[in-house]
Design a binder for this molecule. Sequence first.
Ligand code: NG6
Ligand code: CA
Length: 514
Amino acid sequence: MKHILSIAAIIILTLTSCKKTEVKKHSENQLPNIIIIYTDDLGYGDISANGARHLSTPNIDFLANGGIRFTNGYASSATCTPSRYALLTGEYPWKNKKAKILPGTAPLLIKPDQITIPKMLKTKGYDTGIVGKWHLGLGNGNVDWNKKITPSPNEVGFDYSYIMAATQDRVPTVYIKNGNVVNLDPSDPIEINYDHNYKGQPTGAENPELLSMKWHTGHKNTIVNGIPRIGFMKGGEAAKWNDVDMADHFLKKAQNFVKTHKKNPFFLYYAMQQPHVPRTPHPRFKGKSGLGPRGDVILEADWCIGEFIKTLKNEDVLDNTLIIFSSDNGPVLNDGYYDDAVEKLGNHNPWGPFRGGKYSLFEAGTHVPFITYWKNKIQPKTSEALVCQMDLLSSLAQLVGSDLRSKDSAELLNTFIGTSDQGRTNLIIEATTRTALRHKNWVMIPPYEGEAIIESVNIEIGNSNSYQLYDLSTDKGQQKNLAETNPKKLQELIRIFENKRGSDYSNIELIELK
Ligand code: NG6
Ligand code: CA
């Protein structure tokens, strides 16, 4: 009996020590997995880690409290396509004139010879995947949705893609896996266009009786699941997504990607659709926030992140994974549907301390939640360093030992992992093709013609006849224009701005948001 016990003890000891060496080997020799969790239109003040008191986001807070919570983290633009373009390519979006909010039929915006984060990581042996919102165009300008769509994310660095083409409020309302529409019935082919309706099809404009969600501005074309969308779509009935299941659907794909790629270093871009319109919480979350569907889908997104982190833990990869969390642009309430976002806002403040919102050159347009988390590797803290999503390309290249860099992408690895508090000195921010400069704690917005407020969304977008200058160290809310009282500072910033941007920045084609 004594013998049997000691043999058993030896076996157990050997097994445990084997396991230990294996884990050690895994973390020492293997490059870390890298995950970008990217929300859509989530504001700085939408997470409790950044001060929200009327909405609780415990899972995002878990990342913020166990990692670095950046208080000066920026998206590159105040809208989706340009921000995503800059995130993946490390290039300022205003350098590409086509980097504007794209329709679902737009051609691929990233050129096949351009560097991207996943391409760079692939040179170091990473498996790369995207799950969720793409919105960077597909094909060459004339997509046949019934054949393999190419080029797609798979041609610009992703081994695996499971995406929606554009936005939840734009056609086509189908999932696309590695260039193929999921569940497509060849006898019911898909046709898409953004100019005219297909004969005999109901639309939001003409058939209000068929709607479960009422449109306010813009979204009055093809009706899918009772929701009127932007653009016209015919066919593809079996392939249409179910809006209320979208969060669960993408979550499963993201979890599966982790489960099936954990043996090799992987990069996953998990691009969540919340809280962009149409806000369609799963019934489990409906009414749960008290703030209407916008609050409910933020709770849903937070829950998804919690489930996703559980998967990383269960699959034993959390220790060796760098997670970056952010949002593509700032918040908006009514973005084209009546969905109680305004009526039920109560005291919640999605903008945090900032002025403006989505579409705005004021801070709330681009100054977004930004968190890096790496268990046991990153020491929890708050960082005031000025960082931008565009910087991830060069910084991640530093991390994995790649020489590839993108000119506009600053090398800030030490800042992202917390061993330095040094950020950028300057950043050009963009909003619907207009640009402004952040320099240290100062912001300079040059004069732009046009409405000061987009009425449909009720957001001040930063247009003014004269220069604006703000000192964020004392005035986060950009209430006090110092352009006249501090002409020296203003001139200094104009010089830096024109030096980077060129002097023809006001000669631009402004986007019409009807
Ligand atoms: C706007 C839409 C808005 C949203 C946005 C893109 C109207 C009136 N507004 O044109 O609802 O879809 O485009 O948002 O149609 S983004 O987050 O993808 O940039
Ligand atoms: Ca967005």
